[in-house]
Design a protein around this ligand. Sequence first.
Ligand SMILES: [Zn+2]
Length: 133
Amino acid sequence: MLTFGTEMTQYNYYVYQCDYGHSWVRRRAAGTPEPAADVFCPHGHEAVTCSEEVPADRVWMLFEPAARVRSHSTDNTRIKNDGMFYLVLLDHEMNELRRSTKIYGWQTAIKLMYRFSNKTKADAIKWWDRKPL
Ligand SMILES: [Zn+2]
């Protein structure tokens, strides 16, 4: 199980606009104070509007390096599985939904994970379980 920060923290997007037509997006935990720097566009104009947007129901995808060395070896130059990856699906709270049992090279990993790029959590799990990686 992966954990990043506090579980169940909802991170939202804050879409700002200044009077000069610039818009910019910041991401932060919902309910946390707005950092003063967030209110200014890259050109130094103060925002005149801010809308809060919640992340759509889509899974996160993680490419976990499978490279490893023997823990008690004196020769750490012998790396196994270098350039290979485990594939992991996460939800917005960084809870691990699925993890591959096999490892894949980069090109194959991207190709396999691409199919999850627009899937909801429920659909991604359904797709994964149909043909586990
Ligand atoms: Zn501006």
